[in-house]
Design a protein around this ligand. Structure first.
Ligand SMILES: *Cc1c(COP(=O)(O)O)cnc(C)c1O
Length: 370
């Protein structure tokens, strides 16, 4: 595709069938476990047209070649499997709890070593990466909303010989392209904004390094965490409208961040789009928007925060994020959430509803039961 197209155009047009008479406009899922011999595909665990279309689109957006997986965790597990036995990974203190739990489990068996650092503290991360095999970055982090200096960390990680991974789930490929900032591999939970409708689980990795791509492809083939063709097709169908969804969700998030900040019960709002947020300048330098996730705290009142989550009518009280419908939850209701995440922190995944309706419901929930 023409190299100078805006990402909001690429997201619509990449990964389409060739325009020849009678060709369909979009790719379809192929429901076949195997293929007639003589071609390069061979078997259903090695390829599907619906994966290819989604992978071409994600690859073009991120500036590399993509591989899709059964879930974000399947994609993360394939990357963690790249670490040599006995190797060391530097990971954020706060990041998606499932990834941190998987690293802890592998450390407990002796498979690898983990050093956790405050990923917003560039000096600490740079020091820790010396001699490491992998640097795992997430930015903004889930759910603390910290922003890592991706260009500085990627340069330090690569200089130290570590594979630099960025979990780009919160930013999406439209707001942040870590390969262009120096990372080796990007990972996505496509379950979230990419698919965008809370109806499918899917993961993806993207890299511009052919050797790394082959090593990850080998893991997908042999570990077998492949996406179903229907799931890949649903994710691609959702991805086509990402630019529009994100535009609305992001402006809703900015509006809600300001409203929450003025609310007397709210002690802290975490959103890099706020000019005085600790991650604001970094996010402004490396992202083209601040995204649609934010978090806020209620001055230590965990029971009150739980009550807010249980008092909304429009907002869905559920885990997960990135769907068209707004969702909220108190992250510490999960036993595996990192204990340094405040007990009263509520994560908001802002959807595409009307901002006034979203605020009215939140305001109503904030005054319920007090
Ligand atoms: C949800 C999430 C994951 C895990 O993805 P699944 O699709 O749920 O397996 C990984 N990283 C981040 C930042 C997430 O939000």
């Amino acid at each position: 595709m023409t190299p100078d197209l805006d990402p909001s155009t690429v997201v619509v047009h990449a990964g389409r069938p060739e325009r020849v008479p009678n060709a369909p406009v979009g790719e379809s899922p192929v429901f076949s476990s195997t293929y007639v011999a003589g071609g390069d595909r061979g078997y259903g665990r090695f390829g599907n047209d619906a994966w290819t279309a989604l992978e071409e689109t994600l690859g073009e957006l991120e500036g590399g070649r993509a591989l899709t997986f059964a879930s974000g965790m399947a994609a993360a597990a394939a990357l963690i499997d790249l670490i040599p036995v006995g190797g060391r990974v530097v990971a954020p203190q706060h990041a998606y709890s499932g990834v941190l739990a998987l690293l802890d489990q592998q450390a407990a068996t002796g498979r690898l070593k983990v050093d956790r650092v405050d990923i917003a503290d560039t000096d600490a991360a740079v020091q820790a990466v010396d001699g490491a095999d992998m640097l795992w970055i997430e930015s903004p982090t889930n759910p603390a909303m910290e922003v890592a200096d991706i260009p500085a960390l990627a340069a330090a990680g690569r200089a130290a010989g570590a594979t630099v991974v960025v979990d780009n789930t919160f930013a999406t490929p439209l707001l942040q392209q870590p390969l262009r900032l120096g990372a080796d591999v990007v990972m996505h939970s496509a379950t979230k904004f990419i698919a965008g409708h809370s109806d499918v689980l899917l993961g993806a990795v993207v890299t511009a390094d052919d050797e790394l791509w082959s090593a990850i492809d080998l893991r997908r083939r042999s570990l077998g965490a492949i996406p179903g063709p229907m799931e890949a097709w649903l994710a691609l169908r959702g991805l086509r409208t990402l630019a529009l969804r994100l535009e609305r969700a992001q402006s809703n998030a900015a509006f809600l961040a300001e409203r929450l900040r003025e609310h007397p019960r709210v002690s802290r709002v975490r959103y890099p789009g706020l000019p005085d947020d600790p991650g604001h300048d970094r996010a402004a330098a490396q992202m083209s928007g601040f995204g649609a996730i934010l978090a806020f705290e209620l001055g230590g009142d965990a029971a009150g925060a739980q009550n807010v989550c249980e008092s909304t009518e429009l907002w869905v009280h559920a885990t997960s994020l990135g769907g068209v419908e707004s969702m909220l939850e108190r992250r510490r209701r999960w036993p595996i959430e990192v204990p340094t995440i405040p007990e009263d922190l509520i994560r908001l995944s802002v959807g595409i509803e009307h901002p006034d309706d979203l605020w009215a419901d939140l305001e109503q929930a904030l005054s319920a039961g007090i």
